[in-house]
Design a binder for this molecule. Structure first.
Ligand SMILES: Nc1ncnc2c1ncn2[C@@H]1O[C@H](COP(=O)(O)OP(=O)(O)OP(=O)(O)O)[C@@H](O)[C@H]1O
Ligand SMILES: [Mg+2]
Length: 500
């Protein structure tokens, strides 16, 4: 919120006196102080002279300086100035230009008073939220992560330890885990730290290559060995001699090919398709899958002997939802790498948005989180990602923890950070209900608030009561009698509550 008790100032720039009048009336019905300018030129002059208004409603079509021109002048004078454009002509061109030149949003005329008020409130809230983010302390620094693998959860510490243990030898490693958990990243890390680092690393996605081509891909073929084999071709194993081959999605490999991989593992030998010569190769094999190989062995779709050969060391990649506090670290890491690659400019995240990200259950794991961060960083209008910038499916699927869920009792989890995250999230839910977000029903929101407060150890009733009283009073514009009626209290009781 604004630091002083002063009401927010809104500047309305429109050459149509009637529009200025009606907008002023709508906005003054709330605690906004409205000032007016009758042309683009006048509006720009007022902004340059200062003090800067908290928000500007700016008409697109005006005699003299156009709204888009005025927008550019205003934003170059004050890059943080919030501007909402107004137009009677909803063309794609206007919308694109408006957003390109940094408008917060735009509204269509004739406008619906409720929408204008909601827009003003959202814009000012975004503004306040951005200011509240202020100094941002990222949880990690990209320069400390040359490996590209981020995470300090105990599950990831185990992964790092195992990587360290297997780099010195040529042992076969099986990496398992859900999609997007970083299996390939780990395979590359093992290779980079091994004595084979100067020799090739070749990744073969067994699921992406048709069964009839995979053997030729892996072992090569002789000229004329099958239709289309017009010349001799070397396979990945030969090309990778001395290096490391990463057999990704090995659970999708045909049984016949599995037999040949077993031979490489046992004897270090291959034969090109259609060839008779036996070739020696020196290749380290790393494999990965998100399938349940044990089940496949039982169903005889995966060779048991190969399974044991591959599974000498197993690295189980934890799902992101089981990685505790790793989400903020990955978020900061992703943002810093986007900025470094000049794909985005935003490097901060509001605490509320971070709380929403930390609560999502990430079925697509780190890959999904990376995509979400990229999308949000691109559409964020300020210098921080706010809740409103997150994709709707992330905002809307805030997990509702059933009360007394499997989480440990709050004595164990109640840290200052957990508490503030819980409260921030409760606030997000309350706000999205207030904004009429369809994805969150009141029922779910109440469940959630209850669970969060129970976990944070804060007594539920006083907190919820305070929130409701605050909302009612704000909505009634300080008309205590009206607020009391909404709350179902007498005015005297409400006054007493306000005092306490
Ligand atoms: N711990 C991590 N820190 C930072 N980035 C990560 C981490 N884990 C994964 N990533 C990133 O997430 C994306 C997915 O990782 P990767 O391709 O290694 O997953 P995968 O387990 O092989 O997925 P799939 O099973 O779908 O092939 C990559 O862009 C990778 O850089
Ligand atoms: Mg992969």
């Amino acid at each position: 919120m604004t630091d002083s008790a002063k009401p927010p100032t809104i500047l309305v720039i429109d050459d149509d006196a009637e529009i200025r009048y009606s907008l002023t009336r709508v906005l003054s019905s709330r605690k906004y102080q409205v000032i007016e300018a009758a042309s683009g030129e006048q509006g720009v002059a007022m902004v340059k002279k200062g003090p800067a208004p908290d928000l500007i409603f700016l008409d697109v079509r005006m005699g003299g300086m156009s709204g888009i021109e005025a927008l550019q002048h205003i934003r170059s004078a004050n890059p943080k100035q919030l501007v909402v454009l107004m137009t009677a002509f909803g063309t794609a061109q206007t919308a694109i230009e408006a957003m390109k030149y940094g408008a917060f949003d735009y509204v269509m005329k004739p406008f619906d008073p409720a929408k204008v008020l909601a827009l003003a409130e959202n814009a000012l809230k975004a503004h306040a939220d951005l200011r509240a983010v202020g100094d941002y302390k990222p949880t990690v620094n990209i320069d400390d992560y040359r490996e590209g693998i981020v995470g300090s959860s105990s599950a990831m510490q185990e992964v790092f330890k195992t990587i360290g243990q297997v780099t010195a030898s040529d042992v076969t490693v099986m990496i398992t885990g859900e999609s997007g958990t970083g299996k390939e990243l780990v395979a590359r890390s093992i290779w980079k730290h091994s004595h084979r680092a100067t020799k090739p690393f070749i990744a073969v996605n067994c699921a992406a290559i048709p069964d009839n081509l995979i053997e030729s891909e892996l072992f090569g073929h002789e000229k004329g060995s099958f239709t289309g084999a017009t010349g001799q071709r070397l396979g990945k194993f030969e090309l990778c001699d001395g290096g490391t081959i990463f057999l990704d999605e090995i659970g999708d490999m045909a049984l016949a090919t599995q037999t040949k991989i077993l031979r490489v593992l046992q004897a270090g030998e291959i034969q090109r398709v259609g060839g008779t010569e036996t070739l020696k190769v020196d290749v380290r094999i790393l494999a990965a899958t998100n399938k349940d190989l044990e089940e496949m062995v039982k169903a005889k779709t995966f060779r048991e002997d190969l399974y044991y050969r591959l599974n000498v060391v197993r690295i189980r990649m934890p799902a992101l939802r089981d990685r505790g506090d790793d989400v903020p670290q990955i978020v900061d890491f992703c943002l810093q790498s986007l900025v470094k690659q000049k794909k985005a400019r935003v490097a901060k995240v509001s605490p509320e948005a971070m709380a929403v990200l930390a609560r999502h259950n990430w079925p697509g794991n780190v890959r999904e989180l990376e995509n979400v961060i990229y999308r949000s960083a691109v559409i964020a209008q300020g210098d921080a990602i706010l809740v409103k910038d997150l994709p709707a499916e992330i905002r809307g699927t805030i997990a509702v923890e059933p009360v007394g869920a499997s989480s440990p009792p709050f004595e164990q989890t109640k840290t200052a950070a957990a508490e503030s995250a819980a409260l921030a999230t409760a606030k997000v839910v309350a706000d999205s209900v207030a904004a009429g977000e369809p994805a969150l029903s009141l029922e779910r929101a109440l469940d959630f608030v209850h669970a969060q407060l129970a976990k944070s150890g804060e007594p539920v009733l006083p907190r919820v009561e305070d929130e409701m009283v605050r909302r009612a009073v704000a909505a009634a514009g300080d008309d205590l009698a009206a607020a009391a009626k909404v709350l179902g209290l007498t005015k005297a009781v409400l006054q007493k509550k306000l005092k306490s």
